[in-house]
Design a protein around this ligand. Structure first.
Ligand SMILES: Nc1ncnc2c1ncn2[C@@H]1O[C@H](COP(=O)(O)OP(=O)(O)O)[C@@H](O)[C@H]1O
Ligand SMILES: Cc1cn([C@H]2C[C@H](O)[C@@H](COP(=O)(O)OP(=O)(O)O)O2)c(=O)[nH]c1=O
Length: 208
């Protein structure tokens, strides 16, 4: 089936974004949709650079690098797939750009401006979980970089993700907050899948 839909999955490190992105991709694929799974930082040259510098560069440098990666990712990977009628699911997108470098002290107005021209996703699945649950999940999985090690920043990260979700809702995204604290990964997938099916049905209705 070819119904273009742009889905962003965002939220704090360890909340379950990658797990959900993978599961949703499988489930929609089984239903016959053409699905493209991707993530930010992207696998492209700017994304690789940003990932490699996350532990060493200052916030302003990272904000610009991650925003540049986002625009490149959109132009070279996301937009062409949407134009071909695919469902595109990205693990992290603008919300991460508005939140993560704020943890490094970058002015949120500057971050909004940097991300202003990034296409708004049709659907944002904004994952949340209680702080202690996120810590446990990160410990079990293992951390990869300094943000995931900073226990003191996780409350700010959660609060700023809520603000970022409001920002994207105002820009036209359909936002679904999913509190994963007491949900298994399968239950999170089932909820997210229902939201995505609703969005696909609405798009298919508009196209008919
Ligand atoms: N709903 C859930 N309940 C319990 N554990 C989960 C849930 N979702 C993900 N996990 C586990 O938590 C850890 C972090 O999940 P991950 O998807 O890597 O998070 P993120 O991509 O948001 O950093 C992984 O070990 C994963 O298996
Ligand atoms: C997209 C994006 C990611 N990042 C960082 C946050 C993460 O620490 C890292 C991605 O690492 P990754 O291991 O993919 O994510 P997670 O923490 O969700 O498991 O990139 C930014 O700092 N700014 C951004 O705009």
């Amino acid at each position: 089936m070819s119904t273009a839909l742009f889905i962003a999955i965002d939220g704090p490190s360890g909340v379950g974004k990658s797990t959900l992105t993978r599961a949703l991709t499988v489930r929609l694929g089984e239903e016959g949709y053409t699905v493209h799974r991707t993530a930010e930082p992207s696998d492209g040259p700017i994304g690789s650079l940003a990932r490699g510098m996350t532990n060493t560069a200052d916030g302003l440098t990272l904000a610009c690098l991650y925003a540049a990666d986002r625009y490149h990712h959109l132009a070279h990977e996301i937009a062409p797939r949407l134009a071909a009628g695919a469902v595109v699911i990205t693990d992290r997108y603008v919300a991460s750009g508005l939140v993560m470098q704020r943890l490094d002290g970058v002015d949120p107005t500057f971050l909004s401006m940097l991300n202003e021209h990034a296409q708004t996703p049709d659907v944002l699945l904004a994952l949340t979980a209680d702080d202690d649950v996120i810590r446990r999940r990160l410990t079990r999985r293992g951390t990869h970089n300094r943000y995931q090690d900073q226990h003191t920043s996780s409350r700010d990260e959660a609060t700023w993700h809520r603000e970022a979700a409001d920002h994207l809702a105002a820009a036209g995204a359909v936002v679904h907050g999913i509190d994963t604290t007491h949900l298994t990964a399968d239950a999170v997938t089932a909820l997210a899948h229902q939201h995505v099916r609703d969005a696909l049905t609405s798009k298919e209705g508009q196209a008919a």
